[in-house]
Design a protein around this ligand. Structure first.
Ligand SMILES: [Zn+2]
Ligand SMILES: [Zn+2]
Ligand SMILES: [Zn+2]
Ligand SMILES: [Zn+2]
Ligand SMILES: [Zn+2]
Length: 238
């Protein structure tokens, strides 16, 4: 995906959108999901887009659905509610849709890396995992990232919840205050720590995977770069 400093986008034709890198979460006005890191924003309006939403491909294929061809659509087709086959959450805006099967994927979900590697631990993306998720304790339901040892599993949907929860807990006072957004993100750390108490031998591996969770978060939020993973990591350990 090429990056441009300025683009014109069909969903906001009145103004140009400018590339910006911001280390606080934002709401994408394309897919309606949360984002962090790289975005395209309007300088005049409260309007932001993920990179994947700003520069979509007209059609894509996905290795998990080899028979499908997904078309990019600005709105979910047909009867709502529809849900994303990757994360299980509602699809309310931009979507990749397969006409034949009716499958849907959020643009960021469609672009999730198959492998996240921080140098110490490798996390692989699975369509289905038959072990409980470290956050919600349930199986299935959503794609998951799984450590190579297969002992650490995290739903893609739960990863996003982790950030969105902390964000919503801020309440209305937080509008326009990036400072306060940052200070609430450390609650992620507690979420993870609780799962790793008294697990004996599993702990080491899980701890390693937990340390890589910032890479999962940054990927799910549409910016799987080392830079933004580092930001999330430092916020979590503050
Ligand atoms: Zn988006
Ligand atoms: Zn505007
Ligand atoms: Zn299909
Ligand atoms: Zn999704
Ligand atoms: Zn889960």
């Amino acid at each position: 995906m090429g990056k441009y400093s300025e683009i014109t986008h069909f969903s906001h034709p009145q103004h140009k959108l400018r590339f910006e890198y911001i280390e606080v979460p934002f709401h994408c006005d394309g897919c309606k999901e949360v984002g962090i890191g790289s975005r395209y924003k309007c300088d005049y309006c409260d309007f932001d887009l993920h990179l994947h939403c700003a520069l979509p491909s007209p059609s894509i294929n996905h290795p998990f659905y080899t028979k499908c061809s997904f078309q990019f659509l600005p709105h979910p087709p047909g009867v709502i509610p529809r849900y994303c086959n990757a994360c299980g959450k509602d699809v309310a805006g931009f979507v990749y849709h397969c006409k034949l099967c009716g499958f849907d994927m959020h643009p960021c979900c469609a672009n999730l890396p198959r492998v996240l590697d921080d140098g110490k631990v490798k996390l692989l993306l699975y369509k289905k995992v038959d072990a409980p998720c470290h956050r919600c304790g349930r199986k299935g339901k959503s794609w998951s990232y799984r450590s190579e040892c297969k002992k650490y599993n995290l739903h893609v949907s739960c990863v996003r919840d982790m950030l969105v929860d902390s964000w919503h807990n801020l309440g209305k006072e937080s509008v326009g205050s990036s400072r306060k957004l940052e200070t609430r993100i450390p609650s992620l750390k507690g979420t993870l720590a609780n799962h790793h108490q008294g697990k004996g031998r599993v702990m080491r591996c899980c701890e390693m995977a937990a340390l890589a969770v910032q890479f999962i978060i940054s990927a799910v939020l549409g910016d799987p770069t080392t830079a933004i993973a580092g930001v999330i990591g430092s916020l979590m350990s503050r």
